[in-house]
Design a protein around this ligand. Sequence first.
Ligand code: MG
Length: 175
Amino acid sequence: MTETRMRVGLGHDRHRLVSGRRLILGGVTIDYEMGLDGHSDADVLLHAVTDALLGAAGLGDIGEWFPNTDPRWANVDSAIFLQQALREVQNRGWKIVNLDCTIHAERPKLSAYKKPIAHQIALLLNLDPSQVNVKAKTGERVGPVGRQEAIDADAIVLLAGADDPARDAGSVRTS
Ligand code: MG
């Protein structure tokens, strides 16, 4: 019996809250008077998930793949980054076991959005919604999150080697 090969990846991101931008978290537009500043659509959660995926497969980080100096990525839907990262991970013979993430925002209240966001991320990654968990926390009124200057996101993903051993040969070293 062969051992299932697994890899874990971590992602973190922060964007500043500003006026005059839409607030998009996990691909879902949130009803709020401010939005996140950034080169792309500034979806802080999808950026954290993208970094977690790239990290798990040993593929560096989102800034290397999609530099914020590249005009191609100006104002784009961050689902583009996520789905490109997914393709890179799958091409190296990995599949997602599960994804867990946390959004850190003092406001707006996100409790009603957690399930829709989890469903949207599952849709983007071709996962069952049961494989994606989204949590939300405030900043306890301290720090950049607590002062409503920024929204942060954390993500962690577990990958397992695909069933065909030839496909993922060389993609991981267990020794
Ligand atoms: Mg970002």
